[in-house]
Design a protein around this ligand. Sequence first.
Ligand code: GMT
Length: 373
Amino acid sequence: MKIGIVCYPTFGGSGVVATELGMALANKGHEVHFITYNQPVRLDFISHNLHFHEVALEEYPLFQYQPYELALSTRIVEVVERYKIEVLHVHYAIPHAYAAYMAKKMLKDKGIKIKVVTTLHGTDITLVGSHPSYKTAVEFSINKSDEVTAVSSSLKEDTLRLFNIEKDIQVVYNFIDSGKYDAIHQEECKRIALANPDERVLTHVSNFRPVKRVLDVINIFDRVQKEIPSKLLMVGDGPERSKAEQLVKDLGLEDKVLFLGNSNEVARILCYSDIFLLPSQTESFGLAALEAMAANTVVISSNTGGLPEVNIHGKTGFLSNLGDVDDMAKNAISILKDEQKLLELKQNAKAHTKEFSLEEVLPKYEQIYQTCF
Ligand code: GMT
């Protein structure tokens, strides 16, 4: 099949899922065209079937904000026409589903048919999409998609609760290429680079937006390090980073907390980790938690959104109420004090990721594309 993928090219989970999916589809022989404003960060041109088409924006003095949807829909039309794309898979509804609908209409005028699959990822529904400024257009473009998927049952429920949806929404979980983590674990995991042998390693990976509650991460770690020699690795960057760095200073934790910035080496960093902290305010799925589990890491998270579908309480880690840093710290300390329990949970976490394997999920998307015809 000839598939166009529209996504954000950044380190965010929706872009990562879209990129990994596109690369896997190309590996299977499909022709895949990414259409976005930058080359996606995880895009690795390993296959001749992979193409990237940049959406270029024109500056104009009248524009306070450049009209990205306009440029995107124009580029979609060009690429679909030129490469005879059959299915357009858009990740994150805003503004991609809207731009896809406009492109579809323009193509129809030219006598070209295209099917649109929209995958809902999280804040395009829960935080941003349901805002009065966007809601009408988001609802419209979801209803106009040929197929709609959501990355968890929780997100599907949220979508049905927040919008007036006429389409069926299929749940297709996010996935992981577990093999990538196995190879690193066996050969390249040089833990000594970041922590002393007697120290435990806790990690957080995110885009440091308020929804990730990175200050909770620091406060949980503060409680843990008082009882267990440990280090905290903070991976990623975003608006709350300076606040988090300030809190680390205020608590006198500079020697124990490392801010590593954005990284393409998340799998290599996770292989050092004993515990992954994800106390998010809301999380439709928690791809970062799944990646941590694939690297044999136990997850301590909030119990919001789709996290209970990924992190199984008492088996792969522990869930706590939103903002209950005492409970999250208590759970982390009890695991880290018990070598046997830590090992058991790590093994369970890794085993649980099989349910989210690339092999399971890829055919589901292929089938959805097929039903478009
Ligand atoms: O919705 C967002 O916040 C952005 C999005 C992203 O691009 O990072 O994250 C969402 O999609 C990920 C991939 O499906 C999920 O793993 C994240 O849980 C989800 N984030 C939230 O719901 C906050």
